[in-house]
Write a protein that binds this ligand. Structure first.
Ligand SMILES: O=C(O)CCC(=O)C(=O)O
Ligand SMILES: [Fe+2]
Length: 235
């Protein structure tokens, strides 16, 4: 099945409901084990990437990642273009609830044009690789003023078989409260959609803004790869 058809077939009412309730939702299976292996196999290659980041050098954690260059691999471009329109209604509803005037266009091409006009021209989809002892500190993937408020990460390795530990973690901080953590269980090929930086929560005295951060707990053994799909481009 084409990636577009697979994405159309996902349970979007459930995903939107969980995003609104928790700021994150698993997508169900997105990629086959073969596609996961193909993407992970791109990692060591010299070409196809615009930069490589060694996380320890920046205090981001331990492990490394590479940003894809344009043109993105067709599977990555296909995922990004097909996921984006499904998330737009949630993104626009969040901005409306937060009193933020910005509305997102229905198609990724139009949003990418907005990023480019704002000077954000470098593609943000990335591959991450973690080995034993590696981890990804809690962070937010902001790359400029223009932000799409949701992103997707797809686990390319199989927990228990390829690696142990290395859980996808989200924290949520409400105003004047301590942070709350959530672990998102994922299988190989499965995605998680989540808030990039904040989301609205309905309280008794109106809507407030909850801050989210995400990261990965320490990999105990083995190797773990992720495909990260961020919809805004970078400055
Ligand atoms: O490796 C992970 O699961 C997290 C990846 C990540 O930080 C991202 O996709 O933005
Ligand atoms: Fe991230």
């Amino acid at each position: 099945m084409t990636i577009e058809r697979r994405i159309t077939a996902l349970d979007w009412p459930r995903i939107a409901g969980e995003l609104n309730a928790h700021g994150a939702a698993t997508t169900g299976p997105l990629l086959t084990p073969g596609e996961c292996a193909e993407l992970a196999a791109l990692y060591p290659g010299e070409s196809g990437f615009r930069s490589r980041i060694v996380m320890a050098r920046h205090g981001f954690g331990r492990g490394e990642y590479k940003y894809f260059a344009q043109p993105l691999p067709p599977l990555v471009a296909g995922l990004r273009a097909a996921l984006y329109p499904r998330l737009v209604p949630v993104a626009n509803a969040w901005n409306e609830a937060l009193g933020t005037p910005r509305r997102f266009p229905a198609e990724l091409a139009a949003f990418t044009a907005e990023c480019h006009a704002a000077g954000q021209t470098r593609p943000t989809p990335l591959l991450l690789r973690y080995g034993p002892g590696d981890y990804n500190c809690l962070h937010q993937d902001l790359y400029g003023e223009t932000i799409f408020p949701l992103q997707v990460a797809i686990l390319l390795s199989e927990p228990g078989r390829d690696f142990e530990g290395g859980e996808f973690v989200l924290t949520e901080q409400r105003p004047r409260m301590q942070s709350r953590a959530e672990v998102v269980p994922l299988r190989q090929g499965e995605g998680v959609a989540f808030a990039v930086h904040h989301r609205p929560v309905q309280g008794t005295r109106g809507t407030y803004r909850v801050m989210l951060r995400h990261g990965v707990s320490r990999i105990r053994t083995g190797e773990r790869f992720t495909l990260g799909i961020i919809f805004h481009d970078a400055r």
